[in-house]
Design a protein around this ligand. Sequence first.
Ligand code: FCB
Length: 459
Amino acid sequence: MTDFPRFPPGFVFGAATASYQIEGAAHEDGRGPSIWDTYSHTPGLVANGDTGDIACDHYHRYPEDVALLRELGVDSYRFSIAWPRIVPAGSGAVNPKGLDFYARLVDELLAAGIEPAVTLYHWDLPQALEDRGGWRVRETAERFAEYTAVVAEHLADRVPRWITLNEPWCSAFLGYSVGRHAPGAREGRGALAAAHHLLVGHGLAVQALRAAGVREAGITLNLDRNLPATGSAADRAAVVRADTQHNLVWTEPLLAGRYPDTEEETWGELISGQDFRRDGDPALIGQPLDFLGINYYRPTVVADAPYREADPARRTATDNRYAEVRLEGVRHTAMEWPVVPDSLTDLLVALKERYGEALPPIHITENGSAEHDEPSADGTVHDRDRVAYLRDHLTALKSALDAGVDVRGYYVWSLLDNFEWALGYGKRFGIVRVDYDTLRRTPKDSYHWYRALIAAQRR
Ligand code: FCB
C-alpha cells in the first residue's frame, strides 16, 4: 500500500482549470474577443500557432469533465469565468447566455457533490478594455468590479469560494513588461500602473463580493521562493529586488496595507511620483481576506546582474538588475522548472513568519507539473514523474501544516491537459490526457494516484 500524507479532517482537495485554457467555443453564444484571442492569433507569438479557439472543448463537454471530477472524488473544483462571455464589450450589455453557461456548470458540480471555487479573472481581459488602455488605466478596475457584481448576483448563493484575480504578477509583468503574455507589451511605468490597478480592481471586487454576501473572498498569487546564487552581498541584494517584484508588490499592500519599502531600490526612477496611486488605495487593497490562494511550482535562483537595457527611458518594469540561474543537481520538468518540494514548505513558513496573524488561511490553488507524457496504445499515460511531483509536494505541504501554517486546501493543476499560454498545447499539465484530435479524455496514472490519496483521507 502506498503511504499517503494525511491531512486534517475538512482539508479541501481540489483540481483547477482556467477558462481560456480549456473552454474553446471562442465565438459562441455571444462571447466577445479577449486579449488572449488577439495574442494567440498574432503570428509568431504562441508556439505552433496554437490558439484557444477549440482548446478542450470544455464549453460543450463540461458534463463529461464534471463526471471525471466526481470519479476523482475532489471536494472542490476551481475554474475561471471568462469575462468576455459575461460582458462581451467589457462594459455595458450583459450576455445572459454567458451567465447561463456558468450557472449550468455550477449546478452540475453541486449535483455531483463538488463545491465550486470561482476565479473571476484568469487573464482573459475583454479586448475592448485593452483598446481603452487595459490594466494601465483605472477604468479597467472599475469595469472589473461591475462585472464581478453581475456574476456574484447570479452565483453567490451556490458558490462558496471566490478568487478575484489569478496571479496578477503574470497579468502585470508578463503581459505589460516581458511581453510574453497578452497583451504583449514591453513597458516600464505602464506595467507598474497595471500592477496597481489590478490591486485596485481586487479591492473593488472584494467590496462587490461582500455586498453579494459570498462566504469566502480571496486572491491567488504566484509567490516565488527566490534563492541567492551565492552567499555574496550582491546576490542577496538581487534576491530583495526579485522578492519585491514577484512577492512584496502584492503581499505588502494586501496583507500589511502599505507599499513595499524596497520599491525604490528595485525600480528606481520608474516608481517615483506615481500619479496612479490615490489616497485611500492602501485601505481599499488591504481589506481583510478570508483566504490567500497561492500557486506554487518551483523555486527561483537569482544572481546580481547589470540592467539589460542601458537607456533608463527604455527600461521595462522587470529589468531589475538580476538574472535567473539554472539550479543544478535536481530534476527539471518539461517546463525546465526545477523540482524542489521543500521550498514550498519554506515559502509558507517564511510567509507566516513575516505576516503572522495578518496572514489569512491559505489554499494552494495550483500545483502540478508538465511532463514528457508518452501515451500507450490505449491512451493511458504512466506518468511516474508527475505522481512523484504531486506526492512530494503534498508531503512538503503537510510539513508546512505541521510547522503551524494554516493551510486549508490544495488544488492540483490541472484536471486536463490544456492550452499552456504562449507555449500552446505542447506542455501537458493534466492528470487527464486530452487527445487534441479527438478531444478524448483519458485519466493518467496521476489521476488514479490522486484519487487514492483522497480516498485514503476518508478512511
Ligand atoms: C500558472 C497559471 C496557470 C497555468 C500554470 C502552469 O501560472 O495560473 O494558468 O498556466 O501556471
